[in-house]
Design a protein around this ligand. Structure first.
Ligand SMILES: [Zn+2]
Length: 115
């Protein structure tokens, strides 16, 4: 589980973090995606998990983040199409299990979760 999950836009074709602008209106992070990871939304029930992208600065806004693979770059390209839909990878108990498995995998492989 993320210690402090901030607001996040799961379908952005770049970093999905939402950052304060100073005038009360949140803005999307404008940085290019450098990492792929999982973002679990336990609410509303039964909860969903998505493949998301972050910049280095916001890598702590997703679980099991890793450097981009070719398949991630292809997904980012697909998401640049405004008509592209982004479906959850899993829902409910399967979503929780997927996040736990991914985090365990990256921890046991020695892959740093954050830069
Ligand atoms: Zn960012």
């Amino acid at each position: 589980m993320l210690a402090d999950p901030g607001p996040f836009h799961v379908s952005r074709p770049g970093c999905g973090a939402i950052v304060p602008s100073g005038d009360g209106h949140p803005l999307y992070c404008r940085n290019a995606a450098t990492r792929a990871g999982l973002r679990h939304f336990p609410h509303p029930a039964p909860g969903e998990v998505y493949l998301v992208f972050t910049c280095d600065q916001h890598a702590d806004q997703a679980e099991a983040t890793r450097l981009l693979l070719d398949r991630d770059r292809a997904e980012l390209e697909r998401r640049r199409d405004q008509r592209a839909t982004v479906e959850p990878l899993a829902v409910g108990a399967a979503a929780r299990a997927l996040v736990a498995r991914a985090v365990r995998y990256y921890e046991t492989q020695g892959i740093p979760r954050t830069p």
